[in-house]
Design a protein around this ligand. Sequence first.
Ligand SMILES: Cc1cc2nc3c(=O)[nH]c(=O)nc-3n(C[C@H](O)[C@H](O)[C@H](O)COP(=O)(O)OP(=O)(O)OC[C@H]3O[C@@H](n4cnc5c(N)ncnc54)[C@H](O)[C@@H]3O)c2cc1C
Length: 429
Amino acid sequence: MKQRFDAVVVGAGPAGCACGYTLAKAGLEVLVVERGKFAGAKNMWGGVFYGPTLNQLFPQFWQEAPVERYVARHRFSLLTPDACLSAEFTTKKFTQPPYNGFTALRSKFDRWFASKVEQAGAIVATGLQVDDLLWDGNQITGIKAGGDELPASVVVACDGVNSVLAGKAGLRSKLQPRDMKLGIKEVIQLPRQLIEQRFNLVGDEGIAWEFIGSFSRGLPGGAFIYSNKESLSVGIAVQLSALTENQIKANDLLEEFKQHPAVADLLAEGKLVEYSAHLIPVSGMAMMPTLYTNGLLVAGDAAALILGTGLTLEGANFAVASGIAAAETVIRAKQAGDFSKKSLSYYPELLRESFVLKDLETFRKAPHFLENLRIYSLYPELACDLAEKVFTNDGTPRKKTWELFRQAMDGRVSLWQIARDLMQVKGAI
Ligand SMILES: Cc1cc2nc3c(=O)[nH]c(=O)nc-3n(C[C@H](O)[C@H](O)[C@H](O)COP(=O)(O)OP(=O)(O)OC[C@H]3O[C@@H](n4cnc5c(N)ncnc54)[C@H](O)[C@@H]3O)c2cc1C
């Protein structure tokens, strides 16, 4: 007779590992199935991870987890083809435990996380793809993988943005290109000393640097540079529908970004050691699937639990928090001996009590706001033009800043339009 697991967790990314770990710690029989050769083998993110939820699972996790640097500097820049206007935030608080955010590389981070799941008593089966669900009437009762049937009281789908399982369970409709960004990223190796000199970092300090502007050719999207110990994570994320409608290759935009005068010198002498591409579900509540049904819960990217405000993109911490909430729901269901939809409805209740659904609700209008194309071309140009006018000294009499602003705006945008866009900012982020 085949072993029947209390839970099968599909996917060993941050959601699946957090879920598997919490379940195993509570003494449940857990199988985590991961299609990659090892956890993190093919996974990618930009690379800034916010830690409070992981810290609940592993207090002071940064002492043992393979994090690269703690984020001491947040910088945001607007680019035109030859100019760059930046704002930077740094505070002593972010340089001290418990820190605020960390940079990390998935191949090391997920592998570490999955090893903690195993240590807690779960079985982590890698190199195994889940193909389908098992059903008994309208109750999901396990998975099919590699020609085998693996029965379980409950399945937790942590299988990422393209969640085949949420689709097979009928919980979500086809993904729309407008709801997705295509992210591509290069890891560029550089000596530690050069990184610290170029980005003004000391010791394990790191920088998270976000960009919008000319490189995206007016399409909704941005770029980033995150510093690791001995490499930089450099990438862009652009709305998928805009790329296809305009027949623009994301890689061309990344190359344009890397060649920008404010960026090229920072990457000089670097060696490309990794290239990856991945989709990001960015429409928040508007694209969220149904989160549970009889015998199944959906967590992390599979449930589109990602927050993008234009200033930060957070998905991994939402994945960890939803993985834990899914596990707590399963533990409660096991105690009650009831894995029906009614019993699993505790899951969205937990998400609503935590930052996960609260934040997505607060920023409900952000995805629509971030489709305003003026953000990506007109406003960076306006801001850089104004800065150039303010700082130019050509020996002629100076004008007041307000007059320079009116000059920069002239014929490009009305004050009325700017006021309307500012009202949108107020409502969205
Ligand atoms: C370009 C880019 C930049 C990003 N930057 C950031 C950032 O800086 N900070 C941040 O917090 N978030 C960022 N994110 C988002 C973040 O990566 C995700 O939100 C997070 O990884 C979601 O975790 P997850 O466990 O839900 O899914 P994933 O990390 O996608 O893990 C899913 C796992 O399931 C496995 N799997 C899938 N299907 C099957 C199957 N059928 N059988 C078995 N296994 C399967 C996959 O191999 C994978 O390991 C970024 C994403 C991208 C693409």
